[in-house]
Design a protein around this ligand. Structure first.
Ligand SMILES: Nc1ncnc2c1ncn2[C@@H]1O[C@H](COP(=O)(O)OP(=O)(O)OP(=O)(O)O)[C@@H](O)[C@H]1O
Ligand SMILES: N[C@@H](CCO)C(=O)O
Length: 322
């Protein structure tokens, strides 16, 4: 679940006075998500999402995230729109946390996406990359290659508590990626956390993308690699699913063809992205107090994916041809 900060009805009603969204009729905490505290609000104007920004969000980054949603929505991307307060700002404070209200998107996220959903994702990701062009604010990716070692240092000593041999395995992988990380690939605004739980569908139609709180400026193909990891492995067997990968990559390329350099870099980017999610999961795994009301995500899932990518030499290994 993710309600780290609870709110009282009185404080919420006070907070809502800054908005023009009708009268509150009901609200409840949302169990899903691991980063921020989210509440579903019902007012006489309809449903809305209230987010209280927690530990991993730097308040200085909020204008980037909220401004990006406005920029993308204005360019036809179906994503939440932050609501403007009566004083013209997008951000307030509730229970001591920065807080914003965003529009509610219809749809559900898919526990087991299939190849047609991966194709819809590919189209949407390319559309997002295009729509991000021209967004004026900039934000570096704090969880790219320079950010991995500091994170690893916090988990390294105890890594073998997660699985024996991890410390040596990650030491070697991190050193390799630091030496070989590709530079100079096409860059722009990336989502950076486009997992199935951040993409809504109604039937087979993709209806929206949420959770822009890791978005940043980075290598566009890094987002492609993150989606290969998060969408194109079989949940049960843990094996790479080439049909899903092909569907995703072909649909992405139909909207935004990858350059030869991006194609060549894909195995490295996939290793790096797998390491990034391994590291945040390992850190959370080791630092979460016992009994915390959060479903921990398995770091080993991403270690297994990383080891798969270590065996891939060219993007043909993902089923990409031509
Ligand atoms: N705009 C929205 N419309 C409808 N539901 C939403 C919206 N934003 C968030 N939700 C609901 O809240 C849940 C958590 O939201 P979100 O993924 O933004 O949280 P998070 O804590 O930042 O999560 P994550 O762990 O994915 O980083 C979503 O799975 C969804 O159920
Ligand atoms: N999508 C992330 C969690 C949210 O940042 C993960 O699965 O590790």
């Amino acid at each position: 679940m993710a309600v780290y900060t609870d709110i009282t009805e009185g404080a919420l009603r006070g907070f809502l006075e800054a908005y023009d969204i009708g009268r509150l009729t009901a609200y409840k905490g949302i169990a899903e998500g691991v980063e921020n505290s989210n509440f579903l609000l019902h007012t006489t104007e309809g449903p809305f999402i209230l987010t209280l920004y927690e530990k991993r969000v730097n308040p200085d980054d909020l204008p980037f995230f909220l401004g990006l949603m406005e920029h993308l929505a204005a360019r036809g991307i179906s994503c939440p729109l932050p609501l403007t307060r009566r004083d013209g700002t997008l951000l307030g404070e509730l229970a001591g946390r920065p807080a914003a209200i965003i529009t509610f998107l219809e749809g559900i996220w898919l526990r087991q996406p299939e190849a047609p959903h991966c194709a819809a994702l590919g189209r949407a990701l390319a559309g997002l990359h295009r729509a991000g062009e021209g967004f004026a604010l900039k934000r570096a990716n704090a969880l790219s290659v320079e950010g991995w070692r500091p994170l690893w240092e916090k988990a390294r000593e105890r890594a073998d508590e997660i699985a024996e041999g991890l410390r040596a395995g990650i030491d070697a992988e991190l050193a390799f990626l630091e030496r070989s990380w590709p530079k100079g690939l096409p860059s722009g605004v990336i989502h950076a956390d486009l997992f199935p739980d951040n993409v809504f569908f109604i039937g087979d139609a993709l209806t929206g993308i949420i959770d822009f709180y890791f978005a940043c400026n980075d290598t566009l193909a890094y987002d492609v690699a993150t989606c290969l990891n998060a969408w194109c492995f079989d949940d049960k067997s843990g094996v790479y699913d080439a049909a899903k990968g092909q569907a995703f990559l072909a649909a992405y390329q139909a909207e935004r063809p990858l350059t030869p350099d991006e194609v060549a870099a894909l195995p490295l980017l996939a290793r790096g992205s797998a390491l990034r999610f391994f590291l945040t999961r390992a850190y959370d795994w080791l630092s979460m107090p016992p009994g915390a009301l959060v479903v921990k995500k398995d770091p080993l899932e991403y270690w297994r994916k990383l080891r798969f990518h270590q065996t891939i030499e060219t993007a043909e290994g993902y089923g990409l041809t031509g």
